[in-house]
Ligand binder design. Sequence first.
Ligand SMILES: [Zn+2]
Length: 316
Amino acid sequence: MGKNLCAICGRPAWGAKAEREWWSPESWKRDLVRGPFCIYHHPDHEAKKEEFWRILAENLDVWAHESPFGITNGFLDTTLKDFSNFVFPEGRGFPGASFQIGYFLGAIFNGDADFSGARFAGPAEFRGAEFRGGANFLGTSLGLGVFREARFGGDVDFREARMGAADFVWARFCGPASFAGVEFLGSAKFVLASFKSTACFAGASFSGEAEFIGSFFYDLADFTEASFGAKGDFRMANFYKRSLFVRARFSAEAGFFGTSFRKLADFSGSTLLGEADFSLAKFSRSAIFQGAEFRQKPDFTLTKFGRNPVFPAEKG
Ligand SMILES: [Zn+2]
């Protein structure tokens, strides 16, 4: 036999030849790749289901102490530390696992991806990954979270997670996504991300810049009691349904230049300490600023209001 080796990693091939998408390290984008694949990279979820998790477990280093499925000694271990482009069938997941670095670029999760309570000491790289089921990052800690161009097919749960810098640029969320109570310790980039279902950032705290520039919120966007320690940048964002910024706190600039609010926009009780730029924003329905506190005079230059906005009474 000539070479019957995985077209992606060179491990021995498993199963029949196939075609699949992967995150190409050459073109640095999603591409098609054909060939034989090893059990980790083979796209036949169903056939390999049980064998996959057994072999994966055997090849992981499990002498980490504090986690049930720990992968901690990335530097010593010569087995598995790069999960990029792996095709994960339904099954076990990584709850409570501990990673030094998590490379999951272009990985495909056929079932629910369970990373609840996992810890990534360094970067967690999920660039271009595809989550076909739910994505569970409940309480996960990520030194750096890169989900750029990731696709989320099901429910996304990042509640109470802690993240260093977060990159969700061009990420697509098809199901409800909750980032409630997340601590974003660095910059949080959601530029051009799209949320087909509800997006919940209630109680989230952003220590660095929060960038939602040009993002699409097709359903409820809930930023109730979110706190923005640096600039909250929603320039040119599109809110198709209700947007709630009730009791949100903007400690620095609040950027809503050209933002489109198609339904109710509720800023009741919010606090805006820095510049608040609503110039060229468009409120198609009600805009409520009742009880909002503007430390500086907000900029409403050429702002369009579909109905009379509700502002706090002027103090004499
Ligand atoms: Zn392979």
